[in-house]
Design a protein around this ligand. Structure first.
Ligand code: KIV
Length: 282
């Protein structure tokens, strides 16, 4: 078990210190997020929407998760905080049986992940979580709006009724009993996240769940504004890199067409004498 990761969460909860997690998928964003002080990174299957051009997370494969986990882990190692832990999602269908969960979690850990994340708290997920924890794999749960089962939800916000809020709290406790060290609460009312955080000994990681969670997570592409689309209400955009990058790309296209790029300083010249000899037939 990676005790430094579980200790990081337990210690922060005990001290009421908030942790910041960023979901991202490549080496440069991992390096800069660690340099910026992120406490934990997540290689989320949100990569389906954010970078792979899908309209959900269901098409994301284990091959993609492994490929991007490797990239993020390398990015962390090149940062000023090479010890930053990386959590990786097991994608849709990847923990449908305990055997599959064990195989997939093992591959992600071998790729450098410090922990894995599983969505929902059905019997299958709980059984997988128990076995993984027993093996020494730190497990993060994920409740509320779980994108792998997006088709089952009517609205986005989960846990709004008394019954749904109670179910969510019970599910969180089941995940805790199964050995998870943290649980993501996605798009749930602030009151539900607050009570769940208070009643659990393990940490909650909120996204669209209000300010009371022990940690907060956002997708890096959302927080830097790396998309033309309007972000969800729970996202705060700290920059608008889409416009900056579009302007840079347009500048390149324009200068190629006008001949302004490349300029002499972007190329190399032969030594004058060599050039003369060469022009005169060597
Ligand atoms: O896939 C992801 O990035 C996530 C976070 C949004 C919690 O699950």
């Amino acid at each position: 078990m990676n005790t430094s990761l579980t200790r990081l969460f337990a210690h922060a909860k005990q001290k009421s210190e908030k942790l910041a997690m960023i979901s991202l998928y490549d080496a440069p964003s991992a390096t800069l997020s660690c340099d910026a002080g992120a406490d934990i990174l997540l290689v989320g299957d949100s990569m389906g929407n954010a970078i792979l051009g899908h309209d959900g997370t269901v098409p994301v494969t284990m091959d993609a998760m492994l490929h991007h986990t490797g990239a993020v882990v390398r990015g962390v190692k090149n940062s000023s905080h090479p010890e930053t832990p990386v959590v990786s999602d097991i994608p849709f269908g990847g923990f449908a049986t305990v055997e599959r969960a064990v195989e997939n979690a093992s591959m992600l850990m071998r790729a450098g992940a410090s922990a894995i994340k599983l969505e929902r708290a059905g019997e299958g997920t709980l059984a997988a979580a128990r076995v993984l924890v027993e093996m020494g794999v730190p497990v993060v749960g994920h409740l509320g709006y779980t994108p792998q089962s997006a088709g089952r939800f009517e609205g986005v916000v989960q846990g709004k009724s008394t019954e749904a809020a109670t179910r969510l709290l019970e599910d969180a406790k089941r995940l805790e009993d199964a050995g998870a060290f943290a649980v993501v609460l996605e798009v749930v009312p602030t009151e539900v996240a607050k009570r769940t955080t208070a009643e659990l000994a393990i940490s909650t990681i909120g996204i669209g769940a209000g300010p009371h969670c022990d940690a907060q997570v956002l997708v890096w592409h959302d927080l830097v504004g790396f998309s033309e689309e309007k972000p969800f209400r729970f996202v705060k955009q700290y920059a608008d890199v889409y416009e900056t990058m579009k302007d840079a790309s347009a500048g390149f296209v324009e200068e190629v067409r006008s001949g302004a790029f490349p300029a002499p300083e972007h190329g190399w010249r032969m030594d004058e004498e060599e050039y003369r000899r060469w022009e005169n037939g060597g």
